[in-house]
Design a protein around this ligand. Structure first.
Ligand SMILES: *Cc1c(COP(=O)(O)O)cnc(C)c1O
Length: 460
């Protein structure tokens, strides 16, 4: 247990902060890790203890915690023009340059970009865009939003309604008209004797049934993460997007790719939709957009939605929506530098996406090796995002009883050894920064393995 003197950082944090997404009994027992700085993929706490952050902060600090090019870009922009909005026909030059860049690196030939401060707000914004669009086109009843169970799309009232997690019931969410389909996780959701191809077929049939039941004329859009992130790193079953997209197209339902985690290289391609071979109607971006150096989100509208939105806005002369800091010049300057760093290479270094591709085989081999453990049911992932699912019984895939909090205990054991990783349900999630070296990756797996051994020895 952490020493708690009245004026310790831990005590000050606990007395002054209302925690979100934090297990309070664990905090009471273990205290709060208060961090002061970081170097490369490591963060350092107020006691001087260093932790390898195998989660890139919250999926986003892909260039590490002290990238000189990114801090220089921010400082230079603060000196030049430290803040402006994007209302009333004014916006910063950085905002224009970033929009051009985002279209250039997107799967779209043409398009338009709208900025927010977060991924939640970007999803929320796109739902409002779809409601606005359909109403303008004479179909105001097209308001329902389809997502999947286990999806994570954010925490605002609308994006939390899109999120397919049971915890949102404490808020009386989802709002009416938000419909969650089955999570396309073959290992967990597949039925006895069902092949993966049959499972994908069943997911497509379910979509057809839901559209028939609700009426296509009442559905505004379908949102999906290419790989579910906060749901526990769940790649879709084989050919999932190839099976569902034609159905959506047939019913005129836009497919939105929520690329908040998968955007800018995480899966080894620029976008998750590239990795899975589909072209969405719009993309939601945040997290890696600025490599975590500035809060920012973006809605990237593809060719057709962009044109339709433009017509709808012109019909009433404006789209009445925006955030004070939409298209913030410092955020845009940082994003331009982050995209350069990841996709083109910056400061004489090769592009970080090359490092991602080079690291993937070692990452997959490490996960596969740990999945041989008698209490790991499966490893899964894509690119540099992966998960190990703990099970009490490997044959029957039976989870540990909830009160054992196995993944929480594994993560705590890792923290004690100087490794930060994230418990999600009964899985342990890894999504290291793109700057990780091979030696640091080996350190990550060695520490995780020691933690697994320790916790399973007690839990089994
Ligand atoms: C994190 C996340 C969001 C929400 O982003 P915030 O910036 O936390 O609001 C939305 N979608 C996905 C896929 C995410 O991972």
């Amino acid at each position: 247990m952490a020493e708690t003197t009245p004026n310790s950082w831990d005590a000050r944090a606990a007395a002054s902060s209302f925690y979100g997404f934090t297990d309070l009994p664990t905090i009471e027992e273990r205290g709060t890790v208060v961090l002061t700085h970081g170097t490369g993929p490591y963060v350092v706490d107020t006691e001087g203890r260093q932790y390898l952050d195998s989660n890139s902060g919250l999926w986003n600090m892909v260039a590490g915690f002290d990238h000189p090019g990114l801090t220089a870009a921010a400082k230079a922009q603060y000196d030049r023009f430290p803040g402006y909005h994007a209302f009333f026909g004014r916006m910063s030059d950085q905002t224009v340059m970033l929009s051009e860049k985002l279209i250039e690196v997107s799967p779209f030939e043409t398009g338009r970009v709208f900025y927010t401060n977060s991924g939640s707000e970007a999803n929320d914004t796109l739902v409002k865009m779809l409601w606005f669009l359909w109403a303008s086109e004479g179909q105001p009843q097209r308001r329902k939003i389809l997502t999947r169970k286990n999806a994570y799309h954010g925490v605002t009232a609308v994006s939390a309604s899109m999120t397919g997690k049971p915890y949102n019931s404490v808020f009386g969410l989802p709002l009416e008209g938000f419909i969650h389909l089955t999570c396309p996780h073959y290992w967990r959701e597949g039925q006895e004797g069902e092949s993966e191809a049959q499972f994908t077929q069943r997911m497509a049939e379910e979509l057809e049934e839901v559209i028939a039941r609700e009426g296509a004329e009442t559905i505004a859009g379908f949102f999906a993460e290419p790989v579910m992130g906060a749901g526990g790193v769940i790649p879709p079953s084989d050919c999932y997007f190839q099976a569902i997209q034609p159905i959506l197209q047939r019913h005129g339902i836009p497919l939105i790719s929520d690329e908040v985690i998968t955007g800018f290289g995480r899966t080894g391609s620029v976008w998750g939709c590239d990795s899975y071979g589909f072209k969405p109607d719009a993309i939601i971006s945040s997290k890696c957009l600025t490599a975590g150096f500035f809060p920012m989100g973006a809605v990237i509208l593809g060719e057709a939605l962009s044109d339709r939105m433009q017509r709808a806005a012109r019909a009433i002369e404006e789209f009445p929506h925006g955030f004070t800091a939409s298209g913030h010049p410092v955020g845009c300057a940082v994003a331009l530098k982050a995209i350069e760093t990841i996709l083109e290479g910056e400061g004489g270094n090769p592009p970080l996406i090359d490092s991602v591709r080079a690291l993937i085989p070692r990452f997959e081999a490490g996960l596969a090796r740990l999945s041989e453990h008698p209490h790991i049911g499966e490893w899964r992932g894509r690119g540099l995002m992966g998960a190990l699912e703990a099970v009490a019984d490997k044959e029957t895939k039976t989870p540990f009883a909830g009160h054992l909090s196995v993944s929480e205990r594994i993560a705590n054991a890792c923290t004690d050894q100087g490794l930060i990783c994230r418990p999600l349900g009964q899985a342990i999630v890894l999504c290291p920064p793109f700057i990780l070296t091979e030696a640091q990756m080996d350190e990550m797996f060695a520490k995780l393995e020691a933690a697994l051994d320790g916790v399973f020895a007690q839990a089994a």
